[in-house]
Design a protein around this ligand. Sequence first.
Ligand code: KG4
Ligand code: ZN
Length: 329
Amino acid sequence: MQKSIDHTIMAIETSCDDTSIAILRNGVVISQITHSQIENHNKFGGVIPELAARLHSKNIFKLINLAIEDSAINLKNLNAIVVTEGPGLVNTLQVGFLVAKSLAYALKIKCYKVNHLIGHAFSPFINESIQKIPLKSIVLIVSGGHTILAIKKNYNFIIIGTTRDDSIGEVYDKVARMLGLNYPGGPIIDKIAYENSNRNFLNAPITNLEKFDFSYSGLKSWVLNHKNENKEELLSSFQNVAIEQLIIKIKKAMKDYDLKYLIIGGGVSANRYLRQKIRDIKDIYSFIPKKIYSTDNAAMIGNVYFKSKRNIREVKISDDVKPNLLMET
Ligand code: KG4
Ligand code: ZN
C-alpha cells in the first residue's frame, strides 16, 4: 500500500474573544469553526478577560468536535497541532495553549506555537501558493491590540513604526462606545462612513508624526469634543483621517525603503475605506486578506505552519504563553 503524503493539522486560536479551530490539509483550509463572544461582551463595551477565558473553556471542545466532523477526519489523522503563543490576553491564550499541548501529548504528535501577529502577516496568502509571498515588502498590521508598520525580509520582520498610544482598532471601539454604539465599533463605523462617502465633513485634523509612528489619542479627543455634531458626519470624518494616517505612512515607507509590495492584516484590514485607499495608491502591489481572514481566526495560525517553517517553534511541555510577544523575530 502506498504511504499517504497528506499532511493534516489542527490550529487553535484563543488570543482574545474568538474561539477558533481550523483544520488544514497540505496548506489548504478544509474547515474552520469560529465562535464569537461579541454578544457576551457587548453590554460591557469591551472584552472582559475573565469572562472570555471562561467562555473559551466552555466551548473549545465542542468546537474541536465540530471542526473534526466538518472536515470528515478522525483525530488520529492529525499530524500536528498549531496554537497561538501570543500576544493576547494571558488567561484566554492559556486555554488554547493547554488544550493544544494536552491533545498533542495524548495523540503523540507534535505541537507548534505561532506568533499571532505573524499569523496576521501571512493571512492574505491563506489557500494561496507560497510562491505569491513577496520576499521583501512593507507589512501593516492593524488590529484591536496593534498598529504596526514593519519591513519583511524573507522571514524576518523589522518594526519601523508603532502606535504611541491607542491602536487603531481600539480607537474605533472607543469612539463607537462614546457615541453609544455597540462593540466592536469597527464594522459599525465602517458602514456609517461608507454610506456617507467617507468624507471629512467636519475637517477632522490628520495626525502625521515624524518618521513612522502613529498616534490616535488626539483624534479620540477631537471626537469627544464634537460629540454633539451630526453623528454620521462625525463618524465619516473620523474614519477619513484615521485611515489617511495609515496611507501617509505606507506611501512614506514605499519611498524611503524603495518597496512596491504591501501586505496588510488584522481586524481593521476588513475596513472598506482602507482597502479602497490602498488599491488607489499608485505603483503598489497589495496583498489584502479575505474578510473572513482579517479578524482573528485559526486558519491564519495553521497557515504559518505551511508558509513559513521559520516562524513556528515546537512547544515543550513546560512552555507557557507569551501575552506580550512582539512581532520581531
Ligand atoms: O485582529 P482582530 O480581530 O483582533 C485583535 O487581534 O485585536 O481585530 C479586532 C479589531 C476591533 O477593534 C474591531 O473594531 C476592528 O478590528 N475591526 C474593524 C473592522 N472590522 C473589525 N475596524 C474597522 N473597520 C472594520 N470593518
Ligand atoms: Zn488579531
